[in-house]
Write a protein that binds this ligand. Structure first.
Ligand code: DOR
Ligand code: ZN
Ligand code: ZN
Length: 429
């Protein structure tokens, strides 16, 4: 099957294309880029007014399978990802069983081939059972296709174990993707510690819980020379610590989520558990610092930390609710509406944060718009406006704090290996 995408505005920071061109796709690959291409036997897609980008990668997603299929599974989570404009996701290992051996990693990859609709790359555990005590068999995890290690959901509290994990991961090399939280400082916290936690009467999670752990891990990364990747950076102090470490040459990368960039702790006032997430939504000063970190290169990429939960885990008192936001289906629209449209973030930068930046962190070849490259494409319609309605999500997790909001600028088409997987928010396969 030949697919001819006509009249789209191509935007690829790697091959430095930023203009209207046509793309011919055949046999899962990009065959040709050019102007006014006419191919007789091709299916034509009119992409006038749309932005055609290399396929988006989300390197931090919770797909919940195996073990928590009532929250999400690989079939539903990859459909949510495709509807949200992603062609590749990396899935976190806090499943049941956890991904701490080759059998589970292979299971995830095989399930993804059978029931998934986009590329899935598993992340293995840092420690066995994510218990923070014994290192996982990283060589085995790499051989089974894991692209990083993480105990996400939990910090590695023991600094000696963390040091050993960095030393070990460096051999492969694998990024060590850390959830930085000192559990003694965040103890029983429900939201960001500050003015609103006092006003709302909820126990706070101080910025210190994140920052002291980041400071420790940066020192360990400097000492070992290993690649540290810091997940979901959420505070101004964290950005400052990472900026200083990068200036010293420490091999650190980091990510920020759409929700930490666009929502403040003030909205917790409705006591809606869909605003409960870890790390918590912070105050405006932190949002400003995160944006500055993105703009000056301190923050490397954007990732959703898609954390779907069953309604029963969220339909309860705030302090009983699970932490997490089901974010795959709103991530691109949130960033288009709140940051790109207001001029705070260049569209080309947004594309880079979801393509070559995560690829570089994972040690993968960057997705590009070029003849011969795999035909993984994300096409955005910057003009379409829609209301967020989690009832229409492909994700089983309806826990999304943007519900009811009108957002402008949505993913329009997701193409994986030359096949149209999603169109206008609807799965096509
Ligand atoms: O909000 C969160 N949810 N933060 C995490 O670190 C884990 C995640 C989950 O697995 O639900
Ligand atoms: Zn986490
Ligand atoms: Zn996570």
């Amino acid at each position: 099957m030949k697919l001819l995408i006509k009249n789209g505005h191509l935007l690829d920071p790697i091959s430095k294309i930023d203009r209207q061109m046509d793309i011919l796709i055949e046999n899962g690959c990009i065959q040709e880029l050019g102007e006014k291409l006419e191919i007789e036997d091709a299916i034509q897609i009119d992409a006038s007014g749309k932005i055609v980008c290399p396929g988006f990668i989300d390197l931090h997603v919770h797909l919940r399978e195996p073990g928590f299929e009532y929250k999400e599974d690989i079939a539903s989570g990859t459909r949510a990802a495709a509807a949200g404009g992603f062609t590749t996701v990396c899935c976190m290992p806090n499943t049941d069983p956890v991904i701490d051996n080759a059998a589970v990693a292979n299971f995830v990859r095989e399930r993804a081939l059978l029931s998934g609709v986009i590329h899935v790359l598993p992340i293995g555990c840092i420690t066995r059972q994510q218990e923070g005590e014994l290192l996982s068999p990283m060589a085995e995890l790499v051989a089974a296709g894991c692209v990083g290690v993480s105990d996400d959901g939990k910090p590695v509290m023991n600094a000696r174990i963390m040091r050993n994990a960095l030393d070990y991961a460096k051999m492969f090399p694998l990024p060590v993707m850390v959830h930085c939280e000192d559990e003694n400082l965040s103890w029983e916290g429900q939201m960001h510690e500050g003015y609103y936690s006092t006003l709302y009467g909820l126990r706070g999670i101080p910025t210190l819980a994140e920052e002291t752990m980041i400071a420790r891990d940066l020192m360990l990364a400097e000492y070992t020379g290993a690649h540290l990747h810091i997940c979901h950076v959420s505070t101004a102090g964290s950005v400052q610590l990472i900026r200083a470490a990068k200036q010293k040459g420490v091999a650190v990368t980091c990510e920020v989520t759409p929700h930490h960039l666009t929502l403040t702790d003030e909205i917790v006032g409705d006591y809606d558990p869909d605003t409960k997430v870890n790390p918590p939504l912070r105050s405006q000063k932190h949002l400003d610092a995160l944006l500055e970190g993105l703009q000056d290169g301190t923050i490397d990429c954007i990732a959703t930390d898609h954390a779907p939960h069953h309604w029963e885990d969220k339909d309860c008192e705030y302090n009983m609710a699970a932490f997490g936001i089901s974010g795959l289906e709103t991530a691109v629209a949130v960033l288009m509406d709140r940051l790109v449209r207001s001029g705070k973030l260049e569209l080309a930068e947004l594309v880079r944060f979801f393509t070559s930046a995560p690829a570089r962190i994972l040690g993968l070849a960057p997705p590009v718009l070029a003849a011969g490259a795999a035909a993984d494409l994300t096409i955005i319609d910057p003009d379409i406006e829609k209301k967020v309605d989690p009832k229409n999500f492909y994700s089983k997790g309806k826990n999304n704090p943007y519900k009811g909001m009108h957002l402008k600028g949505w993913p329009w088409m997701t193409i994986v290996d030359g096949e149209i997987i999603a169109h206008d928010g609807k799965i096509q396969v």
